[in-house]
Write a protein that binds this ligand. Sequence first.
Ligand code: HEM
Length: 433
Amino acid sequence: MTEDEPTREESAPPALSRRGLFGLAAGVGAAGLALGAGAGSAAGVAIGRSRAAEEASPVYPFTGTHQAGITTPMQDHLHFAAFDMMAGTTREDLRSLLRDWSYAAARMTQGLDVSATGAVGGSPEAPPDDTGEALGLPASGLTVTFGFGPTLFTADDGTDRYGLAALRPAGLAKLPAFLGDDLDPAASGGDLCIQACADDPQVAIHAIRNLSRIAFGRARLRWSQLGFGKTSKTSAAQATPRNLFGFKDGTANILSDDTQALADHVWVASADEPAWLAGGSYLVARKVAMLIETWDRVRLSEQQRIIGRDKSEGAPLSGGSETTAPDFDKKDAAGGLAIDARSHVHRAHPDVNDGIRILRRGYNYVDGNTDLGRLDAGLFFLSYQRSPVQFVTLQRALSTDLMNEYVRHIGSGVWAIPRGAKAGSYVGAELFT
Ligand code: HEM
């Protein structure tokens, strides 16, 4: 066993009872992070989940070269959470947290409770290991993706809390201020982040709730965001969804089978710096409020001019179908450009941004309503890229985007996304070797 491979006891959440640990040792936990879909199904039935429901529900492996939840076909729901390490925690606290999180995430993605005794199999005299709201629910395509923020490596006051400052990627820094930013610190930043995506919102929420509980005493929730309705697609088999402006979103995204585009634009290469991040990526999150009521008073032709595509099919205004490449030189009947040079699609297009592309993975959100009786709604923008510079370049290009009048960026964060856990190890183990 290498230094990085957690023993079963090391992997168990500290909150587990002794009995919970025995359960892990005797049950499917013995498979550690090598849990596969098959193991998950069998054990799921053993804890009372429906075999039929499980068979219909996708199950994605937790281990692998890349973390799941990036190129995985986009699930319908999101629960995103940012965490801060607690004052006084040590390097070993961080390491044990990453082990415990990986262990629990590996189980939950296979449709299992966080431990073998889970929600109802432990002592009636102790709080259950698992909170229980996913009992009876299948894996629902759950993916759990972990990220490390700039402040994990160097705190805001410059402190190297965990001996990681030398490993900080040069490009991992708080994003620069952009024109029109109206950022709320309560929806920005975080030492760590977890993106939980699932086809059932209860399963995504169960994952964040239990990971938050496991973090007790080591990290605490800083902010979180629920998302419903994907605003992108990551697989050719998926239909293009719509955002809250009613437009198809994700048409020109990088898809999971485009290995060349993924290598060029999404995965950190082994030749890139730092070496520990090879196979990983960078995640940018932007909470973008959309002025829905204002947008809804805009005439259709103007909405289409702002986006640069038609509302019905998502075809570029230069003509063709949804998959036709936009022609930014094409003239309309009046002699003007068919696609406005300040449309969102033109400003964000690789042709005017040195070929830059990103993998978008955002979700719609509605957080109730404002004091003015308007929907507090928008797009929780998530993008994966090989370097944060890609996002920064695009966001700067969007400073003259016609869409700006209808959106406000109110939350922001950037995290390094390590490679996927190796079987028997945990996410982020490369930081501690
Ligand atoms: C509320 C905010 C946003 C909305 C409603 C929105 C909507 C859209 C729509 C409807 C499209 C056209 C269909 C498609 O190709 O997906 C699109 C494309 C795109 N958007 Fe956004 N977007 C938003 C924010 C952003 C941000 C913040 C970025 C990056 C900084 C971005 C980058 C892109 C890119 C790269 C494309 C594809 C351009 C192309 O290659 O044709 N978007 N967006």
